[in-house]
Design a protein around this ligand. Sequence first.
Ligand code: SF4
Length: 394
Amino acid sequence: MTAEPASSELAGLVAAADELFHDLRLGAVRRWKESTDGLAIGYMPIYVPQELFHAQGALSVGILGGGDQVEIIRGDAYYQSYICHIPRSTIELGLNGSLDCLDGMIFPAICDVIRNLSGMWKLQFPDKLIRYLDVPQNFDAEIGGRFYRHELESLAAELESHGAPAYDAERLRESIATYNELRRRVRDLYELRRRQPWKVPTHELYLMLRATLVQPVEDSLVLLDRYRAAVEADDQRRPMDQARVLLTGSFCEQPPLGLIKTLEHSGCYIVDDDFIQIHRWIEDDISTDGDPLQNLVDAFIEDSVASPVRYIGEETKGADLVARVEKSGAEGVIFCAASFCDPALLDQPMIVAAAEAAGIPWTAFKFAENNGQFQVIREQAGTFSDSIKLWSGA
Ligand code: SF4
């Protein structure tokens, strides 16, 4: 079992993040808009150049569907039955007014479903800034790099045409430095969880990361600092005999919070995952020297994670997962992908093959963001955890 928050500071932080998580009408964004002149621009997972929005005074707002909280009334009419759930709940949120505080939506190139969703959004909300952000799949600086720079310049101009301040290199440099701080804090929390997963339960870390999606980055820095200080100060949480697992496949549609808790309660310490990948998409700091726009481009071209939605050229699918298992000290892998998620499920056989070749135990199941029953998953994950403890020799 995962320990509950022990100190009032920790409990307060978790409760505040939980409130933001459950607020599908984005009260925090509405309050931000009341106190600033900035644009609030939503984005679908998993990567957008947040630094550019920040530099032009806009708040980037991560939209990850409606989870298990929204009843789909009209969303199902927009999609056939055999696709994932996140686009249905997202369009439902758009149509029921939950997202009306957003001045625009960016749909990064993830998959055909998201491309279609961007088209629907354009038809439904013609007065807003709606953009399909075509990120490069060619990682040659002269080809993909030039293309992406053009995309970013065009995005900056479009923000300006919707009322944002004009692009300014110095402001972007400062924004890159600020987001470097955020990435650093997230990396550090992931590192702390690797070392002491009993101190940083994943359902809590997940709530902290979800909170960072709907508030200014400056507030997120404070939140993550306070959370880290609170868990480090807490002496109530003790290590338990749980299996260390790496959870992969949940980079876009998110499992319900109850499912994450179920995995932890079933005897698994999640020591690495694919949640809220935007803060880890660029793996290191982005340079603040020279031309900051080019630095954003170079970071995307040279330092992006190996994601199922990114072409990885000559590299071997699954090699990154094996490296992550080694780095995290995971004893097994749980493939936890959304039902009908093509990018995750098409990659899975190759990644499984890599895991098996490396002798890494694995198990797999699928979910939908609105699943409400976890008993079967609890038994499967519990059995997996037990088998690791009994037979892996780890
Ligand atoms: S869950 Fe998978 S298939 Fe669905 S929108 Fe996301 S990446 Fe595309």
